[in-house]
Ligand binder design. Structure first.
Ligand code: MNH
Length: 458
Protein backbone atom coordinates (compact mmCIF):
# COMPACT_ATOMS: atom_id res chain seq x y z
CA UNK A 1 0.00 0.00 0.00
CA UNK A 2 1.41 3.38 -0.91
CA UNK A 3 1.64 6.31 1.47
CA UNK A 4 -0.84 8.08 -0.73
CA UNK A 5 -3.72 5.63 -0.22
CA UNK A 6 -3.13 5.59 3.55
CA UNK A 7 -3.58 9.34 3.62
CA UNK A 8 -6.76 9.13 1.60
CA UNK A 9 -8.38 7.14 4.41
CA UNK A 10 -8.72 10.35 6.37
CA UNK A 11 -11.79 11.84 4.74
CA UNK A 12 -12.79 14.20 7.52
CA UNK A 13 -11.50 17.75 7.60
CA UNK A 14 -8.56 18.34 9.92
CA UNK A 15 -6.39 21.31 10.92
CA UNK A 16 -4.10 22.54 8.15
CA UNK A 17 -0.85 22.65 10.08
CA UNK A 18 -0.51 18.97 10.94
CA UNK A 19 2.98 17.86 11.94
CA UNK A 20 4.21 14.46 10.78
CA UNK A 21 4.26 12.05 13.72
CA UNK A 22 3.08 14.67 16.22
CA UNK A 23 -0.21 15.65 14.67
CA UNK A 24 -2.26 18.66 15.66
CA UNK A 25 -0.31 20.00 18.63
CA UNK A 26 -0.01 23.40 16.95
CA UNK A 27 -3.73 23.69 16.23
CA UNK A 28 -5.00 23.00 19.73
CA UNK A 29 -3.88 25.12 22.66
CA UNK A 30 -2.47 23.14 25.59
CA UNK A 31 -3.79 25.70 28.07
CA UNK A 32 -7.31 25.86 26.64
CA UNK A 33 -7.89 22.80 24.46
CA UNK A 34 -11.68 22.73 24.37
CA UNK A 35 -12.00 26.45 23.66
CA UNK A 36 -9.62 26.12 20.74
CA UNK A 37 -11.50 23.03 19.55
CA UNK A 38 -14.63 25.16 19.54
CA UNK A 39 -12.84 27.83 17.48
CA UNK A 40 -11.62 25.12 15.07
CA UNK A 41 -15.21 23.98 14.50
CA UNK A 42 -16.04 27.42 13.11
CA UNK A 43 -13.34 26.90 10.52
CA UNK A 44 -13.58 23.15 9.84
CA UNK A 45 -17.29 22.51 10.39
CA UNK A 46 -19.33 20.40 12.83
CA UNK A 47 -17.17 17.29 12.44
CA UNK A 48 -13.42 17.19 12.07
CA UNK A 49 -10.49 15.00 12.98
CA UNK A 50 -7.75 15.61 15.54
CA UNK A 51 -4.58 13.61 15.93
CA UNK A 52 -2.12 13.70 18.83
CA UNK A 53 0.75 11.27 18.37
CA UNK A 54 -0.97 7.93 17.89
CA UNK A 55 -4.35 9.11 19.27
CA UNK A 56 -6.92 10.00 16.65
CA UNK A 57 -10.51 11.11 17.20
CA UNK A 58 -13.34 13.08 15.64
CA UNK A 59 -14.70 16.23 17.24
CA UNK A 60 -18.45 16.75 16.91
CA UNK A 61 -20.18 20.09 17.59
CA UNK A 62 -23.63 20.02 15.98
CA UNK A 63 -26.83 18.88 17.67
CA UNK A 64 -27.63 16.62 14.75
CA UNK A 65 -24.38 14.67 14.99
CA UNK A 66 -24.34 14.65 18.80
CA UNK A 67 -27.77 13.04 18.74
CA UNK A 68 -26.43 10.14 16.69
CA UNK A 69 -23.34 9.69 18.86
CA UNK A 70 -25.47 9.74 22.05
CA UNK A 71 -27.33 6.65 20.85
CA UNK A 72 -26.46 3.82 23.26
CA UNK A 73 -27.31 1.20 20.61
CA UNK A 74 -24.25 2.05 18.52
CA UNK A 75 -21.99 4.02 20.84
CA UNK A 76 -20.63 3.87 24.40
CA UNK A 77 -18.41 5.86 26.74
CA UNK A 78 -14.66 5.69 26.25
CA UNK A 79 -12.05 6.67 28.82
CA UNK A 80 -9.60 8.62 26.67
CA UNK A 81 -7.50 11.79 26.49
CA UNK A 82 -7.33 13.65 29.81
CA UNK A 83 -9.53 11.03 31.52
CA UNK A 84 -6.95 8.37 30.73
CA UNK A 85 -4.26 10.63 32.11
CA UNK A 86 -6.40 11.15 35.20
CA UNK A 87 -6.74 7.39 35.70
CA UNK A 88 -2.98 6.90 35.42
CA UNK A 89 -1.90 9.87 37.50
CA UNK A 90 -4.61 10.63 40.01
CA UNK A 91 -7.73 8.54 40.54
CA UNK A 92 -6.97 5.01 39.31
CA UNK A 93 -10.16 3.10 38.49
CA UNK A 94 -12.59 5.45 40.21
CA UNK A 95 -16.16 5.69 38.91
CA UNK A 96 -15.30 8.37 36.36
CA UNK A 97 -12.19 6.78 34.90
CA UNK A 98 -12.88 3.03 35.11
CA UNK A 99 -13.40 1.29 31.77
CA UNK A 100 -16.95 0.13 30.97
CA UNK A 101 -15.73 -3.45 31.21
CA UNK A 102 -14.00 -3.02 34.59
CA UNK A 103 -15.98 -4.97 37.22
CA UNK A 104 -14.99 -2.28 39.73
CA UNK A 105 -17.19 0.20 37.86
CA UNK A 106 -20.33 -1.94 38.20
CA UNK A 107 -19.59 -2.68 41.82
CA UNK A 108 -18.90 0.96 42.78
CA UNK A 109 -21.91 2.14 40.79
CA UNK A 110 -24.20 -0.25 42.67
CA UNK A 111 -22.72 0.62 46.04
CA UNK A 112 -22.85 4.39 45.53
CA UNK A 113 -26.04 4.84 43.48
CA UNK A 114 -28.35 4.98 46.54
CA UNK A 115 -26.23 7.88 47.81
CA UNK A 116 -27.29 9.99 44.83
CA UNK A 117 -31.01 9.37 44.40
CA UNK A 118 -33.21 12.47 44.88
CA UNK A 119 -34.27 11.42 48.38
CA UNK A 120 -30.64 11.10 49.47
CA UNK A 121 -30.26 14.85 48.98
CA UNK A 122 -32.40 15.26 52.08
CA UNK A 123 -29.46 13.93 54.12
CA UNK A 124 -27.00 16.40 52.61
CA UNK A 125 -29.24 19.45 52.75
CA UNK A 126 -28.31 20.39 56.33
CA UNK A 127 -24.57 20.32 55.68
CA UNK A 128 -25.03 22.21 52.42
CA UNK A 129 -27.05 24.93 54.19
CA UNK A 130 -24.49 25.25 56.95
CA UNK A 131 -21.64 25.62 54.48
CA UNK A 132 -23.51 28.25 52.45
CA UNK A 133 -24.18 30.12 55.71
CA UNK A 134 -20.50 29.84 56.55
CA UNK A 135 -19.59 31.49 53.27
CA UNK A 136 -22.22 34.19 53.87
CA UNK A 137 -20.60 35.00 57.20
CA UNK A 138 -17.24 35.33 55.50
CA UNK A 139 -18.64 37.62 52.85
CA UNK A 140 -20.52 39.75 55.35
CA UNK A 141 -17.20 40.63 56.93
CA UNK A 142 -15.36 41.11 53.66
CA UNK A 143 -14.35 44.60 52.64
CA UNK A 144 -11.90 43.72 49.86
CA UNK A 145 -12.92 42.30 46.51
CA UNK A 146 -13.09 38.53 46.32
CA UNK A 147 -12.06 35.96 43.73
CA UNK A 148 -15.34 34.18 43.05
CA UNK A 149 -13.93 30.94 41.61
CA UNK A 150 -11.59 30.43 44.54
CA UNK A 151 -14.32 31.06 47.10
CA UNK A 152 -16.71 28.73 45.31
CA UNK A 153 -14.06 25.98 45.46
CA UNK A 154 -13.87 26.49 49.23
CA UNK A 155 -17.63 26.11 49.46
CA UNK A 156 -17.89 22.99 47.31
CA UNK A 157 -14.91 21.36 49.05
CA UNK A 158 -16.40 21.88 52.49
CA UNK A 159 -19.75 20.54 51.26
CA UNK A 160 -18.36 17.31 49.82
CA UNK A 161 -16.12 16.87 52.87
CA UNK A 162 -18.99 17.18 55.32
CA UNK A 163 -21.87 15.68 53.34
CA UNK A 164 -19.91 12.91 51.63
CA UNK A 165 -17.23 11.92 54.11
CA UNK A 166 -18.32 13.40 57.44
CA UNK A 167 -15.08 15.36 57.50
CA UNK A 168 -14.79 18.98 58.46
CA UNK A 169 -12.13 20.43 56.20
CA UNK A 170 -12.10 23.99 57.47
CA UNK A 171 -12.09 25.52 53.99
CA UNK A 172 -14.53 28.21 55.12
CA UNK A 173 -12.56 29.38 58.12
CA UNK A 174 -11.61 33.05 57.80
CA UNK A 175 -7.90 32.21 57.85
CA UNK A 176 -8.12 29.38 55.28
CA UNK A 177 -4.94 29.36 53.19
CA UNK A 178 -6.40 27.86 49.98
CA UNK A 179 -3.71 25.17 50.22
CA UNK A 180 -5.87 22.16 49.45
CA UNK A 181 -8.22 23.82 46.94
CA UNK A 182 -5.23 25.18 45.03
CA UNK A 183 -3.53 21.75 45.03
CA UNK A 184 -6.68 20.23 43.61
CA UNK A 185 -6.96 22.90 40.93
CA UNK A 186 -3.28 22.54 40.00
CA UNK A 187 -3.43 18.75 39.89
CA UNK A 188 -6.41 18.81 37.53
CA UNK A 189 -4.86 21.52 35.39
CA UNK A 190 -1.85 19.28 35.07
CA UNK A 191 -3.91 16.24 34.14
CA UNK A 192 -5.63 18.33 31.50
CA UNK A 193 -2.37 19.68 30.03
CA UNK A 194 -0.57 16.36 30.02
CA UNK A 195 -3.30 14.73 27.92
CA UNK A 196 -2.01 16.02 24.60
CA UNK A 197 1.60 16.16 25.73
CA UNK A 198 4.35 14.47 23.84
CA UNK A 199 5.99 11.55 25.62
CA UNK A 200 9.17 13.50 26.38
CA UNK A 201 7.65 16.80 27.49
CA UNK A 202 7.46 15.78 31.14
CA UNK A 203 11.24 15.74 31.11
CA UNK A 204 11.32 19.26 29.77
CA UNK A 205 8.92 20.53 32.40
CA UNK A 206 10.59 18.92 35.38
CA UNK A 207 9.50 21.54 37.88
CA UNK A 208 5.92 21.10 36.78
CA UNK A 209 6.26 17.38 37.33
CA UNK A 210 7.66 17.91 40.83
CA UNK A 211 4.75 20.18 41.72
CA UNK A 212 2.31 17.62 40.34
CA UNK A 213 3.87 14.85 42.46
CA UNK A 214 3.61 17.08 45.52
CA UNK A 215 -0.04 17.91 44.81
CA UNK A 216 -1.15 14.34 44.14
CA UNK A 217 0.66 13.13 47.26
CA UNK A 218 -1.23 15.71 49.31
CA UNK A 219 -4.58 14.76 47.75
CA UNK A 220 -4.00 11.05 48.27
CA UNK A 221 -2.90 11.61 51.86
CA UNK A 222 -6.17 13.43 52.46
CA UNK A 223 -8.19 10.53 51.02
CA UNK A 224 -6.26 8.02 53.12
CA UNK A 225 -6.75 10.10 56.25
CA UNK A 226 -10.51 10.35 55.71
CA UNK A 227 -10.69 6.55 55.48
CA UNK A 228 -8.36 5.81 58.39
CA UNK A 229 -10.18 8.18 60.70
CA UNK A 230 -13.47 6.45 60.02
CA UNK A 231 -11.86 3.04 60.52
CA UNK A 232 -10.35 4.19 63.80
CA UNK A 233 -13.59 5.45 65.30
CA UNK A 234 -15.68 2.62 63.85
CA UNK A 235 -18.44 5.20 63.52
CA UNK A 236 -21.45 4.44 61.29
CA UNK A 237 -22.97 7.30 59.33
CA UNK A 238 -25.43 7.71 56.54
CA UNK A 239 -22.93 9.00 53.97
CA UNK A 240 -20.92 8.03 50.87
CA UNK A 241 -17.92 6.87 52.85
CA UNK A 242 -20.04 4.54 54.96
CA UNK A 243 -21.59 2.97 51.84
CA UNK A 244 -18.17 2.25 50.39
CA UNK A 245 -16.70 0.89 53.63
CA UNK A 246 -19.63 -1.34 54.54
CA UNK A 247 -21.58 -2.08 51.37
CA UNK A 248 -25.12 -3.25 52.12
CA UNK A 249 -27.02 -6.49 52.78
CA UNK A 250 -26.83 -7.33 49.11
CA UNK A 251 -23.45 -5.80 48.27
CA UNK A 252 -19.88 -6.26 49.42
CA UNK A 253 -17.89 -3.26 50.60
CA UNK A 254 -15.53 -1.78 48.01
CA UNK A 255 -11.91 -2.92 48.20
CA UNK A 256 -10.01 -0.57 50.54
CA UNK A 257 -7.56 0.70 47.92
CA UNK A 258 -10.44 1.51 45.58
CA UNK A 259 -12.17 3.62 48.24
CA UNK A 260 -9.31 6.12 48.22
CA UNK A 261 -9.63 6.25 44.42
CA UNK A 262 -13.34 7.02 44.79
CA UNK A 263 -12.74 9.75 47.37
CA UNK A 264 -10.26 11.35 44.96
CA UNK A 265 -12.75 10.90 42.14
CA UNK A 266 -15.44 12.81 44.03
CA UNK A 267 -12.98 15.60 44.69
CA UNK A 268 -11.78 15.64 41.10
CA UNK A 269 -15.19 15.24 39.41
CA UNK A 270 -17.42 17.05 41.84
CA UNK A 271 -15.55 19.96 43.29
CA UNK A 272 -14.35 22.35 40.63
CA UNK A 273 -17.26 21.46 38.35
CA UNK A 274 -19.83 22.69 40.86
CA UNK A 275 -17.58 25.61 41.84
CA UNK A 276 -17.21 26.54 38.15
CA UNK A 277 -20.97 26.36 37.62
CA UNK A 278 -21.59 28.70 40.56
CA UNK A 279 -18.88 31.11 39.40
CA UNK A 280 -20.19 31.32 35.82
CA UNK A 281 -23.72 31.79 37.14
CA UNK A 282 -22.62 34.66 39.39
CA UNK A 283 -20.68 36.10 36.47
CA UNK A 284 -23.85 36.38 34.35
CA UNK A 285 -25.82 37.68 37.31
CA UNK A 286 -23.21 40.34 38.00
CA UNK A 287 -23.55 41.52 34.41
CA UNK A 288 -27.29 42.00 34.90
CA UNK A 289 -27.82 42.68 38.63
CA UNK A 290 -31.59 42.56 38.21
CA UNK A 291 -31.13 38.77 38.37
CA UNK A 292 -30.14 39.15 42.02
CA UNK A 293 -33.39 41.01 42.69
CA UNK A 294 -35.38 38.37 40.79
CA UNK A 295 -33.87 35.48 42.75
CA UNK A 296 -34.38 37.39 45.99
CA UNK A 297 -38.06 37.90 45.14
CA UNK A 298 -38.48 34.22 44.28
CA UNK A 299 -36.92 33.09 47.55
CA UNK A 300 -38.90 35.55 49.64
CA UNK A 301 -42.09 34.54 47.93
CA UNK A 302 -41.45 30.89 48.71
CA UNK A 303 -39.76 31.01 52.11
CA UNK A 304 -40.45 34.44 53.57
CA UNK A 305 -37.65 35.01 56.08
CA UNK A 306 -37.09 31.27 56.69
CA UNK A 307 -34.03 29.43 55.42
CA UNK A 308 -34.46 27.58 52.12
CA UNK A 309 -35.54 24.07 53.13
CA UNK A 310 -34.97 20.76 51.36
CA UNK A 311 -38.34 20.76 49.57
CA UNK A 312 -38.03 24.43 48.61
CA UNK A 313 -35.02 23.81 46.40
CA UNK A 314 -37.03 22.02 43.71
CA UNK A 315 -39.51 24.91 43.69
CA UNK A 316 -36.97 27.62 42.94
CA UNK A 317 -37.78 27.58 39.23
CA UNK A 318 -36.23 30.88 38.22
CA UNK A 319 -33.04 30.19 40.14
CA UNK A 320 -32.86 26.80 38.46
CA UNK A 321 -33.29 28.36 35.00
CA UNK A 322 -30.28 30.58 35.67
CA UNK A 323 -28.30 27.44 36.47
CA UNK A 324 -29.57 25.45 33.47
CA UNK A 325 -28.75 28.33 31.14
CA UNK A 326 -25.30 28.76 32.69
CA UNK A 327 -24.58 25.08 32.04
CA UNK A 328 -25.76 25.49 28.46
CA UNK A 329 -23.29 28.28 27.66
CA UNK A 330 -20.53 26.99 29.92
CA UNK A 331 -20.92 23.24 30.37
CA UNK A 332 -18.13 23.12 32.93
CA UNK A 333 -17.27 19.57 31.86
CA UNK A 334 -16.98 20.68 28.23
CA UNK A 335 -17.23 17.33 26.45
CA UNK A 336 -17.14 13.54 26.60
CA UNK A 337 -15.61 10.70 24.59
CA UNK A 338 -17.65 8.03 22.81
CA UNK A 339 -16.62 4.95 20.86
CA UNK A 340 -18.58 3.40 17.97
CA UNK A 341 -19.69 -0.13 18.88
CA UNK A 342 -20.73 -0.89 15.28
CA UNK A 343 -19.72 0.07 11.73
CA UNK A 344 -21.99 2.86 10.55
CA UNK A 345 -22.34 6.10 8.64
CA UNK A 346 -21.54 9.40 10.27
CA UNK A 347 -22.00 12.71 8.45
CA UNK A 348 -22.30 10.83 5.15
CA UNK A 349 -19.09 8.84 5.51
CA UNK A 350 -18.59 5.25 6.60
CA UNK A 351 -16.81 4.84 9.87
CA UNK A 352 -15.64 1.56 11.36
CA UNK A 353 -16.48 0.16 14.76
CA UNK A 354 -13.98 1.53 17.27
CA UNK A 355 -14.04 5.07 15.87
CA UNK A 356 -13.56 7.57 18.69
CA UNK A 357 -15.59 10.77 18.90
CA UNK A 358 -15.28 13.67 21.30
CA UNK A 359 -18.68 15.30 21.72
CA UNK A 360 -17.75 18.91 22.40
CA UNK A 361 -20.67 19.95 24.57
CA UNK A 362 -19.30 23.48 24.54
CA UNK A 363 -20.01 23.56 20.79
CA UNK A 364 -23.24 21.53 20.76
CA UNK A 365 -24.78 23.79 23.41
CA UNK A 366 -24.18 26.82 21.17
CA UNK A 367 -25.20 25.20 17.87
CA UNK A 368 -27.52 27.62 16.05
CA UNK A 369 -29.24 24.74 14.25
CA UNK A 370 -30.36 23.50 17.66
CA UNK A 371 -30.81 26.67 19.71
CA UNK A 372 -31.58 29.35 17.13
CA UNK A 373 -29.78 32.51 16.15
CA UNK A 374 -29.40 33.76 19.70
CA UNK A 375 -27.56 30.57 20.71
CA UNK A 376 -24.69 32.60 22.18
CA UNK A 377 -26.92 34.79 24.36
CA UNK A 378 -27.49 34.17 28.06
CA UNK A 379 -31.26 33.92 28.22
CA UNK A 380 -32.71 31.88 31.11
CA UNK A 381 -36.20 32.55 29.74
CA UNK A 382 -35.54 30.01 26.99
CA UNK A 383 -36.14 27.33 29.64
CA UNK A 384 -39.55 28.64 30.68
CA UNK A 385 -41.53 26.35 28.43
CA UNK A 386 -39.12 23.52 27.91
CA UNK A 387 -37.40 21.34 30.41
CA UNK A 388 -33.70 20.75 29.90
CA UNK A 389 -34.32 17.08 29.10
CA UNK A 390 -36.84 17.79 26.33
CA UNK A 391 -34.73 20.31 24.43
CA UNK A 392 -34.39 20.06 20.64
CA UNK A 393 -32.64 16.80 19.73
CA UNK A 394 -32.13 16.12 23.44
CA UNK A 395 -28.54 17.20 23.16
CA UNK A 396 -28.40 19.38 26.26
CA UNK A 397 -25.89 17.20 28.10
CA UNK A 398 -23.92 19.11 30.73
CA UNK A 399 -23.81 15.91 32.78
CA UNK A 400 -22.95 13.55 29.93
CA UNK A 401 -25.15 10.77 28.59
CA UNK A 402 -26.14 7.13 29.06
CA UNK A 403 -25.24 4.78 31.93
CA UNK A 404 -21.94 6.60 32.48
CA UNK A 405 -23.53 10.02 32.88
CA UNK A 406 -22.78 12.03 36.02
CA UNK A 407 -23.81 10.26 39.23
CA UNK A 408 -23.48 13.56 41.13
CA UNK A 409 -25.98 15.52 39.01
CA UNK A 410 -28.64 15.90 41.73
CA UNK A 411 -26.01 16.66 44.32
CA UNK A 412 -24.52 19.45 42.20
CA UNK A 413 -27.87 20.95 41.18
CA UNK A 414 -29.23 20.88 44.72
CA UNK A 415 -26.10 22.51 46.10
CA UNK A 416 -25.86 25.11 43.34
CA UNK A 417 -29.54 26.10 43.48
CA UNK A 418 -29.40 26.43 47.25
CA UNK A 419 -26.19 28.46 47.13
CA UNK A 420 -27.38 30.88 44.42
CA UNK A 421 -30.66 31.37 46.30
CA UNK A 422 -29.21 31.92 49.77
CA UNK A 423 -26.26 34.06 48.67
CA UNK A 424 -28.43 36.26 46.41
CA UNK A 425 -30.71 36.83 49.35
CA UNK A 426 -27.93 38.52 51.28
CA UNK A 427 -25.65 39.98 48.61
CA UNK A 428 -25.42 41.56 45.22
CA UNK A 429 -22.12 40.90 43.46
CA UNK A 430 -20.66 43.81 41.50
CA UNK A 431 -17.76 43.26 39.17
CA UNK A 432 -14.74 45.16 40.36
CA UNK A 433 -12.79 46.47 37.40
CA UNK A 434 -12.87 44.53 34.13
CA UNK A 435 -15.91 42.38 33.57
CA UNK A 436 -14.53 40.47 30.60
CA UNK A 437 -14.82 36.72 31.09
CA UNK A 438 -11.58 34.71 31.04
CA UNK A 439 -11.96 30.96 31.22
CA UNK A 440 -9.41 28.67 32.80
CA UNK A 441 -9.28 25.07 31.57
CA UNK A 442 -8.35 22.41 34.06
CA UNK A 443 -10.18 19.46 32.52
CA UNK A 444 -13.20 21.43 33.66
CA UNK A 445 -13.81 25.12 33.02
CA UNK A 446 -14.03 28.01 35.42
CA UNK A 447 -13.79 31.79 35.28
CA UNK A 448 -10.31 33.08 35.95
CA UNK A 449 -9.57 36.36 37.69
CA UNK A 450 -13.28 37.05 38.12
CA UNK A 451 -13.36 39.26 41.16
CA UNK A 452 -16.29 41.08 42.66
CA UNK A 453 -17.24 43.34 45.48
CA UNK A 454 -19.92 41.89 47.71
CA UNK A 455 -22.59 44.40 48.49
CA UNK A 456 -24.83 43.38 51.39
CA UNK A 457 -28.54 43.73 50.80
CA UNK A 458 -29.84 46.53 52.98
MN1 MNH B 1 -19.93 14.70 37.48
C1 MNH B 1 -19.41 11.96 35.47
C2 MNH B 1 -20.34 16.64 34.70
C3 MNH B 1 -20.76 17.31 39.49
C4 MNH B 1 -19.27 12.80 40.24
N1 MNH B 1 -19.85 14.37 35.46
C5 MNH B 1 -19.65 13.16 34.82
C6 MNH B 1 -19.73 13.35 33.41
C7 MNH B 1 -19.99 14.68 33.19
C8 MNH B 1 -20.07 15.31 34.48
C9 MNH B 1 -20.14 15.35 31.85
C10 MNH B 1 -19.56 12.28 32.33
C11 MNH B 1 -18.13 12.15 31.90
C12 MNH B 1 -17.94 11.23 30.72
O1 MNH B 1 -18.88 10.84 30.04
O2 MNH B 1 -16.77 10.88 30.47
N2 MNH B 1 -20.39 16.63 37.15
C13 MNH B 1 -20.53 17.23 35.94
C14 MNH B 1 -20.93 18.61 36.14
C15 MNH B 1 -21.04 18.80 37.50
C16 MNH B 1 -20.72 17.54 38.13
C17 MNH B 1 -21.16 19.61 35.03
C18 MNH B 1 -21.44 20.00 38.29
C19 MNH B 1 -22.00 21.07 37.81
N3 MNH B 1 -19.99 15.01 39.51
C20 MNH B 1 -20.44 16.14 40.13
C21 MNH B 1 -20.47 15.92 41.54
C22 MNH B 1 -20.03 14.64 41.77
C23 MNH B 1 -19.74 14.07 40.47
C24 MNH B 1 -20.92 16.95 42.57
C25 MNH B 1 -19.87 13.89 43.05
C26 MNH B 1 -20.24 14.27 44.23
N4 MNH B 1 -19.40 12.76 37.78
C27 MNH B 1 -19.17 12.19 39.01
C28 MNH B 1 -18.81 10.80 38.84
C29 MNH B 1 -18.86 10.55 37.45
C30 MNH B 1 -19.24 11.80 36.82
C31 MNH B 1 -18.46 9.83 39.94
C32 MNH B 1 -18.60 9.23 36.74
C33 MNH B 1 -19.91 8.45 36.64
C34 MNH B 1 -19.71 7.10 36.00
O3 MNH B 1 -18.99 6.97 35.02
O4 MNH B 1 -20.31 6.16 36.50
Amino acid sequence: MSVHTQRAASTFPHPRRRLPGLGDILAVSTASPTQSEFELSKELGPIYELKFGTQRFLVVTSGELAKQVNNEQAWSKLVAGPFLSMRKNLTGAGLLTAANSDPLWGHANQVLRPGFVPQAMRRYHGAMSECVNGLSELWANQTKSIDVSRDMSRLTLEVIGQAGFGTEIGALRPDYDYGFTDSLTRALTNVSRSANDLPFSQWIFRSRLAQFRHDTTELRAFAQQVIERRHATGERRNDLLDMMLHGSDALNALPDENIADQVLTFLAAGNDTTAGLLSFCFYYMSQQPEYFAAVRAEVEDLCGQEPVGFEDVARLKLTRRLIDETLRLWPVAPGYFRKATADQELAGRSIPRGTVVFVLTLGVHRDEGTWGHDADAFDPARWENSKPASNPNRVYKPFGTGPRACIGRMFALHEATLAVAELSRRFTLNTAGSSELHVHEMLTLKPEGFSVRVQPVA
